[in-house]
Ligand binder design. Sequence first.
Ligand code: B4P
Length: 187
Amino acid sequence: MRIVLMGPPGAGKGTQAAVVAKELNIPHISTGEIFRANVGAGTELGVEAKKYMDKGEYVPDSVTNAMVADRLAQPDTENGFLLDGYPRTLEQVGELDVILVGLGTPLDKVVEITANTEEVIARLLNRAKLEGRADDTEEVIRRRMEVYAEQTEPLTAVYREEGKLIQVDGMGSVEDVTARLLSALSA
Ligand code: B4P
């Protein structure tokens, strides 16, 4: 199965992707996590990505696309993958199409996790207390929500048109959302 997981910041992408990828026995590829690992290790990519992430902006497409092309060329993706947080812009949608045509492996499903704004802000502020992520301050969270609405929300229309979009309600407990996701993916 080749799956893309979308949703506003705090909808539960990373949380659900980890469980679903394990359940389906496919690699979980999170662009946010790859960027954070590079920031932590102080690589050139990390230094570049940090400039944008700390402000709640997207890392430039040229940087992100090259990183994903490289990751999807690894042999562990042969039987499928779960892409968490990519694509996030229309340009990334085009690039992902090109990568997958090159690999001869079309996307099966795109899942959007939905959640209301006040709930996601509360979740992210709670994570800020627990983990202290630099982009989880209220000001940056609000900017991330705006960027999502402007640049990523329009992608759902593209995937709906292609007949690939599934929407899953992200409200409620982590377990409830996982159950909804697995059932939607197996339908
Ligand atoms: P991400 O790492 O994708 O961050 P995110 O959108 O906040 O989602 P995340 O997966 O971490 O959180 P989740 O909703 O699971 O991206 C970070 C940054 O990287 C971006 O802002 C951007 O700068 C850059 N980036 C990444 N991909 C990019 C791309 N393709 N192009 C350009 N830039 C890119 O969970 C949030 C919190 O809610 C957690 O604390 C969790 O425990 C909690 N939670 C989850 N489900 C819950 C539930 N049901 N109930 C209660 N709490 C819940």
